[in-house]
Design a protein around this ligand. Structure first.
Ligand code: GLO
Ligand code: MG
Length: 389
């Protein structure tokens, strides 16, 4: 095992960059990827290099990011000498050598056309069974690599046409059965690397509506429908998933921390009210203040945990002639964005706020974040009023 590198800055214990963000070829609905695809070993190399450069400490993956999936061979990971088996062991060796821990293992139930009507809540029992087998395989892969969490992102479990959903058969029951099964599988096999499972809510995209759109839905679902609620928590994606529907990240975080359900954070930036932009942290026209407030709040509440960059570089900055260089730059930008947010958050000093002075509090907090001495700015503002300059 390589040297484990501590991060521990403010509320953030470690930074994670997942395979899917580094490997992203930057396609969108209007055009294909601008970067060539990398193999999982190439992506792994980039992640290890980033760890060596002190930019991240952890990673995360979908099963499909590491090895291809063949529904006819649901247990290929257990077959010694199979390509899957070999690739996974190479990845394990590389991560260990560079001291990169795995934050989360997540099953891709969104890419394969088989899952176009959903994964865990697919109306077709045969496809649901396939999804469950795929989740079990992902759990085993995560066990091999020492993943701390198993994540379920709602993905294609949702709908466009309400009348076509088999509500009477209980879509939430389907998801609950699958997640209860996943938890039993982990516990039954004594896969103690997992300290918990998470649900990642999202309001829409890729489906018109998703079954677990917000953190509140996820917590209610965990508490009422999952057999071992204490095993499960939430990994919200902020600011993206909340801002898509104009929800506030601070409320989301405060709610989850108070419920004891904030297990880790997906992190990036977003233009409010738009499709899932997945901009890197702080990149783009908005979100500076809210992002700093998020980390300030987590500090106030004493939360500590992992921040995972779930975003990608802008498609316009993907450089086909330098697919490795621009990906390195992407990881560095994510860690730079986080660092800026943490510095800004650490400057917010509530002792200088006056009670019942919300506007003044807001402005003082900006002056603190920007390191502007209050008296100087205020004098300047007064002078301009007096002289009319
Ligand atoms: C998409 C989600 C997605 C998940 C990932 C892990 O909007 O953020 O990237 O985080 O599949 O489950
Ligand atoms: Mg995410």
């Amino acid at each position: 095992m390589g040297k484990l590198k501590p991060y521990n800055t403010g509320p953030v214990t470690a930074r994670s960059v997942p395979f899917w963000t580094v490997g992203n070829p930057l396609g969108d609905p209007f055009g294909p990827g601008v970067l060539g695809s990398l193999t999982s070993l190439q992506v792994c190399e980039l992640i290890c290099q980033a760890a060596d450069d002190g930019l991240i400490e952890r990673t995360g993956f979908h099963d499909d990011d590491l090895v291809p999936w063949d529904p006819k061979r649901p247990e290929d990971d257990l077959v010694p000498k199979s390509e899957t088996y070999e690739t996974l062991r190479q990845i394990k060796c590389m991560l260990e050598e560079h001291g990169v821990l795995v934050n989360t293992a997540t099953c891709n139930l969104h890419s394969d056309p088989l899952f176009r009507r959903g994964g865990l809540a697919n109306p077709d029992k045969k496809i649901r069974n396939l999804a469950n087998l795929k989740v079990a395989r992902t759990i085993r892969i995560g066990h091999l690599l020492g993943a701390r969490y198993l994540t379920y992102w709602v993905a294609r479990d949702g709908f466009e046409v309400a009348e076509s959903v088999p509500w009477k058969r209980g879509v939430y029951r389907m998801i609950a059965d699958a997640l209860n099964g996943a938890c039993e599988y982990i516990r039954g096999n004594k896969f103690t690397n997992y300290i918990g499972g998470t649900i990642e809510p999202k309001p829409n995209e890729p489906r018109g509506h998703m079954f677990l759109p917000t953190a509140g839905h996820a917590v209610g679902f965990i508490q009422t429908m999952l057999n071992i609620p204490e095993f499960w928590g939430v990994n919200p994606e902020l600011r993206q998933h909340e801002a898509m529907t104009l929800l506030d990240p601070v409320t989301c975080l405060a709610f989850l921390v108070d419920m004891g359900k904030l297990f880790f954070l997906h992190f990036g930036n977003q233009i409010s009210g738009q499709f899932d932009n997945d901009f890197p942290p702080l990149v783009g026209p908005e979100g500076l203040k809210e992002t700093a407030q998020m980390f300030w709040l987590l500090g106030q509440l004493g939360w500590k945990g992992v921040v995972e960059y779930d975003c990608h570089m802008l498609r316009c900055e993907g450089e086909p002639r330098d697919p490795i260089g621009c990906r390195k730059q992407f990881i560095e930008n994510c860690s730079l964005g986080l660092q800026i947010a943490l510095v800004l958050a650490s400057r917010i000093d509530a002792r200088e706020f006056q009670p019942n002075q919300e506007s003044r509090t807001s402005l003082v907090s900006i002056m603190q974040m920007c390191d502007l001495a209050e008296t100087g700015v205020l004098a300047e503002a007064r002078k301009q009023i007096l002289t009319g300059e």
